[in-house]
Design a protein around this ligand. Structure first.
Ligand code: ATP
Ligand code: MG
Length: 285
């Protein structure tokens, strides 16, 4: 099953946190039990989900450093079936601390394996960097979502992320595929935006979600009240777009489940199912 899904792009400000929190809320509204893991030292996803800055501990950092069991660090939220492992400033020196630890690339995967059975989906909000934290997220991943704001600079983030993914595959033999590239903060009437979107769609083809998240003030405002766009502005274009994305995510989870399993098997043991493999490789970044 595809369960653990980092929302990742090396470029900052492309809508990773916004997508993590709103997709999590949308999945819960579709009856799923969801865990959000905040892997950003800024704790933005945790704050957006209503946690106060002074209440971020214990966080994912303490879990990764082996100081606290993940079961004791995960907290419930005001939303039923939506749990959270917070981020905190303690993640800021994670690279230095983790690099000296055993299994430093597998810390998150090992921790999540203890709670994976309790959830339908685990979304991970990543920081905009190619740190060991991102490697941990990629190693733990069953598939990942890459938000892209349609500007040339954010495309560069995707290209450098592609290199990290390749390295993880080469060095660790892990092979999580792309669940989807997501166009965010889209200004539909902007000519340059349209041209970049055409480029992204022609380059990444079927990997790009059909749904585009429009630039909408309700999406920007929702975190201020610690809620999702569905609660703050249920009839807005923002809720409409994230709702459509959640449907597409659920559809892809179902449709690609078998293929994704084949990607892993193929990379780990060179599967003999060549048809599946070809389809699977088409989905890889
Ligand atoms: N569709 C949207 N419409 C309007 N504003 C948006 C939209 N998506 C995100 N934003 C706003 O853009 C800013 C950046 O978004 P967000 O924090 O989700 O990006 P990020 O990729 O997580 O950033 P970072 O790399 O710093 O973690 C935020 O202020 C957010 O509220
Ligand atoms: Mg963020």
């Amino acid at each position: 099953m595809i369960k653990t899904i980092p929302v990742i792009n090396n470029k900052g400000g492309v809508g990773k946190t916004t997508t993590t929190t709103n997709v999590a809320a949308g999945l819960v509204r579709r009856g799923k039990k969801v865990l959000v893991v905040d892997l950003d030292s800024q704790g933005s996803a945790s704050l957006a989900m209503g946690v106060h800055r002074q209440d971020l501990l214990p966080s994912s950092a303490e879990v990764l450093f082996g100081k606290v069991n993940i079961e004791d660090a995960i907290r419930t939220t005001d939303v039923r079936n939506l749990d959270l492992l917070t981020g905190s400033l303690h993640l800021a020196n994670a690279d230095t601390r983790l690099s000296k630890a055993d299994h430093h690339q597998h810390r998150l995967q090992q921790a999540l394996s203890r709670v994976k059975d309790d959830y339908d989906v685990i979304l991970i909000d990543c920081a905009p960097s190619t740190s060991l934290l991102s490697v941990n997220a990629l190693v733990a991943a069953d598939a990942f979502i890459i938000p892209v704001a349609p500007s040339y600079l954010s495309l560069e983030g995707v290209i450098s992320l592609g290199k990290v993914v390749k390295n993880v595959r080469l060095n660790l033999g892990e092979a999580a595929p792309v669940l989807g590239v997501l166009l965010t903060m889209v200004r539909r009437n902007d000519k340059q935006t349209r041209s970049i979107i055409r480029e992204v769609r022609s380059h990444y083809g079927g990997k790009v979600f059909d749904t585009e998240i429009r630039d909408h003030p309700a999406i920007e405002d929702a975190p201020v009240s610690g809620s999702s766009v569905f609660e703050v502005a249920p009839n807005s274009a923002g809720a409409e777009d994230y709702g459509a994305l959640v449907d597409e995510v659920l559809e892809r989870l179902k449709r690609y489940g078998t293929i994704f399993r084949a990607v892993r098997n193929a990379t780990n043991a060179r599967s003999s199912h060549t048809d599946e493999l070809t389809a699977a490789e088409r989905l890889a970044l």
